[in-house]
Structure formats: C-alpha cells, structure tokens
Design a protein around this ligand. Structure first.
Ligand code: AMP
Ligand code: ZN
Ligand code: FE
Ligand code: FE
Length: 289
C-alpha cells in the first residue's frame, strides 16, 4: 500500500514531515509522497525521515489551477525543486496568497470579525503558504465561528462574506513549468472539479494534450462506479493511475494517512512504481534537451 497525496505543516496539514513519515511507517506503507500546496520545502525533511523507515518517495506538490468556476487541483511529482522558472512561479503564487489573506482579513473586519495576521500565523499559517484553513482555525478560536465548516460556510467559501480570489497559474503554464523541471503532472480528485462525467472526459483529453501524465483514481469517497469511470479515462488517454488520502492531520478529522476514512482506501504499490517510471522518463527527456 502507498499514499501519493499528503499534506504537512509546510502547508495546511498539522503534522511535521517527520511525524507524517512515522504515521506512514506505522501503516507499513512502502512509498509515500508529500504534496503540500504550492511548495516542496518540506521535501528534504520528509525524504530523510521516510528513508529512515525504509519508505520510498519522490518530490511532490499540489497546486490549484485557474479554471473559472471550477476547482482544479494538479499534483506534480518528480520535478527538480531547485529549477529556476518553477521557483519563480511558485514565489508569485505564494505572494498571491499573502495579498489574498490581507483582503480576506479586511473583509472579515468589515463584518465585525477582527483577526490579525498574527492570529493566522498561530494556527500554523507561518509556512509561506497561508491558507483558508488557517484563517478558519483563527475564526473558531476567536469565537466568530462554531467550527471550521461553519467558518467556511459563513465567511471563506466561494460566494461567502469574506471570500477573495488569489493568483493562480493557468493549466498550460503549470504543466509546462513542471515538465520543464523534469517532473510529471497528475489531475487530483477529478470529481471535485464539479464537471459532469462527460465534461470530465473532454477536460482530461484537453489536459492530456497539454502534457498530463496521470489521474488520481484512488481517493477517499471514490466508490466503484467512480473508480471504473476514471480507469476508463486513464485507458482512453494512455495515462497512469495514482492515488492518495489527501491527509491533512487534524485539519481533516477522521481521515487517516494511507487508509482514508474507516480503512476504506487502498492505493496499490503499482501506482508508485508506474509513477516513478514516468518521472524517470520525464527527467531523462529534460536532460536530453
Ligand atoms: P486555499 O488553498 O488557501 O484556498 O484553501 C483551500 C483548502 O481549504 C482546501 O484544500 C480545503 O482543505 C479547504 N476547504 C476549501 N473549501 C472548504 C470547505 N467548504 N469546508 C472546509 N474546508 C474547505
Ligand atoms: Zn489542503
Ligand atoms: Fe486538493
Ligand atoms: Fe490535497
């Protein structure tokens, strides 16, 4: 069993990379990848800890692409984190998060909820990747929301009182950057896009044209019909299949790394093997140019 989609304190997860690697070891995962939002800064620590437990890994990261009206998350794997153009683009994305945070806090203040940047930092938003989950935690702590769901529903979700957009890279730009850095791109949790199945079929075909390598077939909540549909899309487009829990520690209560909700997730070892092969091929292709 493997887990190719996890978050640490380097973005909006609550575990350190070391604690995450220990949790993976506890479940006897053979491979695991840290895929924090917009950063691979946790990689070196995760890699060292994973190696000490005999767990294989690759570089990883998750970003949300700019597709108006839809939630499109892409996972990048096997890229060189020191690649210049990729680093520059990620810096710009992270600056966009800071700008958005200031905007959200000012909208919250207008609605009588005074939260300071320090309050957000205290919730783990000190990672360079301040996210809405950190602001949600601050709203709960200050008594402005009952729980995180409530904070999102009333203030932070799209269309809610304090919602603000942030800078996002286009799909094409992001895929080009990751491939230029020797990595591959996978479409994360495809059903969260809110496309219908037929729209999804067209969307995956377009992404494949831009250089997509895989689809996240195994994911918490994907029942057999959903998995079968994604198997189909993978076959049609000659894409590899990946999977992961999207573990966030206490920011997603009840969700275990590796096994998902109530032990319902099982990502086959072959997913890591095929991903590692695709990453090696991508790296060779960049080195050859
Ligand atoms: P950000 O990247 O900072 O915009 O935050 C996005 C993250 O917020 C997602 O990865 C989810 O973990 C979380 N999130 C988004 N919408 C909701 C929601 N309605 N309820 C709870 N968490 C949410
Ligand atoms: Zn997250
Ligand atoms: Fe995601
Ligand atoms: Fe995620």
């Amino acid at each position: 069993m493997v887990d190719l989609h996890t978050h640490s304190r380097f973005s909006d997860g609550t575990l350190t990379p070391e604690a995450l690697a220990a949790a993976c070891a506890e479940l006897r995962l053979s491979a695991a990848v840290l895929t924090d939002h917009d950063t691979a800064d946790g990689y070196a620590r995760f890699e060292a800890a994973a190696a000490s437990h005999g767990i294989r890994t690759l570089t990883g990261m998750e970003i949300s692409a700019d597709v108006p009206g839809h939630t499109v998350h892409l996972l990048a794997y096997g890229f060189d984190p020191a690649n210049g153009p990729l680093r520059e683009a990620l810096d710009k994305v992270r600056k966009g998060r800071e700008t958005r945070q200031a905007e959200i806090l000012s909208k919250l203040a207008m609605n009588g909820c005074r939260i300071t940047p320090e309050d957000v930092r205290r919730e783990g938003g000190d990672t360079g990747v301040p996210g809405r989950p950190h602001i949600a935690a601050a709203l709960v702590r200050k008594g402005f929301a009952r729980d995180r769901q409530d904070a999102f529903r009333r203030f932070l979700a799209r269309g809610a009182l304090a919602y603000a957009e942030r800078f996002r890279l286009s799909l094409e730009a992001y895929i080009r950057l990751v491939r230029g850095a020797g990595g591959v791109v996978v479409l994360a949790h495809p059903f969260q896009t809110l496309f219908t199945n037929e729209e999804l079929r067209g969307f995956v075909k377009d992404l494949t044209g831009y250089g997509l390598t895989g689809i996240e077939v195994y994911y918490p909540g994907h029942d057999a019909p959903r998995r079968d549909f994604l198997h189909q899309l993978s076959r049609e487009n000659h894409l590899i299949e990946t999977g992961g829990s999207d573990f966030h520690g206490d920011n997603k209560p009840g969700l275990s790394v590796g096994t998902g909700y109530n032990g319902t997730l099982h990502v086959p070892d072959a997913c890591f093997e095929n991903l590692a092969v695709a990453c090696a091929a991508a790296r060779n292709a960049t080195e050859g140019t």
